[in-house]
Design a protein around this ligand. Structure first.
Ligand code: FES
Length: 183
């Protein structure tokens, strides 16, 4: 599983964001590499999402042109797979499991608690681009239901009453990591 950030950092160690031109150059390289490969569209879209953090409309258009497809064909692929996103995601992607085991053990209440704490609906991102909220359909940890994934970290037996604390801890951890990086 991969961690999504709103915009992928550039290749250097400074954590700055790549310029639009650099992103475009990388995108064209990806298109050039995959356009003639059978089944190349999906890996190209995955790499494009890594470059941009999501798949904005101009990127879809460029990929469609490069692959000789229509924009609606490419958009159809993007909307079919849940790992693609047309909108910028937050630094932390919160996915609340609503599979059967999690649902019956309070997954819906956990989801409501996240909505309330983050003040966003499913599919939305907080204005500060820290959190995006989505639902999942079983992460294979049903015995530990209800389960929430935040990027690649699995949180088990999550209680709605602890959601606020959880969000604060995630933010505090990110802050501490940022401080360490800049120390
Ligand atoms: S139903 Fe939630 S982890 Fe399986």
């Amino acid at each position: 599983m991969t961690t999504q950030s709103a915009t992928a950092p550039c290749a250097c160690a400074c954590a700055c964001e790549p310029s639009e031109q650099e992103q475009l150059k990388k995108l064209d390289e990806v298109i050039g590499e995959y356009r003639d490969k059978p089944g190349g569209l999906i890996p190209a879209l995955q790499l494009a999402q890594t470059i941009y953090g999501y798949l904005p409309e101009p990127v879809i258009r460029r990929i469609a042109d490069g692959f000789g497809k229509t924009v609606s064909e490419v958009t159809g692929v993007v909307t079919f797979y849940s790992f693609f996103t047309l909108h910028p995601r937050g630094k932390f992607l919160v996915r609340v499991c609503l599979g059967t085991a999690c649902y019956v053990r309070g997954g819906k209440e956990v989801l409501d608690a996240f909505k309330k704490k983050l003040e966003i609906e499913v599919g939305e991102t907080t204005p500060d681009r820290q959190f995006s909220l989505e639902v999942g359909r079983c992460f294979g940890a049903c015995g530990m239901a209800p389960v929430v994934m935040v990027n690649d970290t699995v949180y088990q037996r999550v209680k709605p009453a602890r959601v606020g604390e959880m969000v604060n801890q995630i933010l505090a951890g990110a802050l501490a990591a940022g401080e360490k990086e800049h120390a």
